[in-house]
Design a protein around this ligand. Structure first.
Ligand SMILES: Cc1cc2nc3c(=O)[nH]c(=O)nc-3n(C[C@H](O)[C@H](O)[C@H](O)COP(=O)(O)O)c2cc1C
Length: 209
């Protein structure tokens, strides 16, 4: 069993819930989806990556934690979705997955995603969400970041995590999209998301205004 501590970063989201994010996270343990909200005039989209399968704290899950948050956002706001998908991690147990993810992050690898790059021209607001993997988003998300242009758009980063909060995700989004308005970041524990819709709603309707 691998035991390692992740350093947690002091990035505070607009809901203020990252104030405790100097805790330590301890490792112990594209099919693309683009839905369309025909019938409403939503100009928002949630772009996210989420890993179903063997995961920290929640065990083997059929639906990834971040996807659940993405679904909450879409239900609350009517936002469309684009899921960044790769088969690279299919069926992997947690321990080999964290090793592979560490190697990818250290090498700055950009694994390809499945399918085509989304057309974002019709969207004003782009939510970007993913799990924290070794202090930032999974590398495959950065592959997509290189392919999209968010100049002038409002970009709202969010994470699911097990102790790191936003880690460096929001600042990495700012670096990737210097001409976007990056604001209102949010994080939530992965093990909380299944009962966390009210928290997501509070973020969207109260804190993120
Ligand atoms: C490869 C890997 C690396 C992780 N690294 C961190 C980390 O650095 N900090 C943290 O708080 N959680 C970390 N976690 C936990 C995930 O961020 C957390 O379980 C998240 O909710 C998973 O979301 P998902 O199901 O949408 O993929 C890691 C999990 C995995 C699988």
């Amino acid at each position: 069993m691998i035991v390692a501590a992740f350093a947690l970063l002091m990035d505070t989201g607009c809901n203020g819930q990252n104030k405790n994010n100097m805790e330590t996270f301890q490792e112990t343990s594209l099919q693309n989806e683009q839905t369309s909200n025909s019938g409403n005039m939503s100009k928002s989209i949630v772009i996210f990556f989420s890993h179903a399968g063997d995961n920290y704290s929640v065990g083997v899950i059929e639906t990834g934690n971040t996807k659940i948050v993405a679904d909450h956002i879409s239900e609350i706001t009517g936002a469309d979705q684009f899921e960044i998908f790769t088969h690279k991690y299919d069926g992997m147990a947690y321990t080999p997955l964290i090793e592979l993810a560490k190697e990818e992050a250290n090498k700055g690898e950009l694994p390809p995603y499945e399918g085509t790059t989304p057309d974002l021209s019709q969207y004003d607001t782009v939510f970007i969400g993913g799990p924290v993997w070794w202090g930032t988003y999974p590398q495959v998300m950065f592959t997509l970041f290189k392919d999209i242009n968010l100049d002038g758009k409002t970009v709202i980063p969010f994470t699911t995590h097990e102790g790191s909060g936003l880690a460096s995700c929001a600042s990495d989004v700012r670096k990737a999209f210097p001409k976007a308005k990056v604001t209102c970041e949010f994080s939530i524990y992965g093990h909380e998301v299944r009962s966390g819709k009210a928290k997501v709603e509070r973020w969207l309707t109260t804190s993120c205004q």
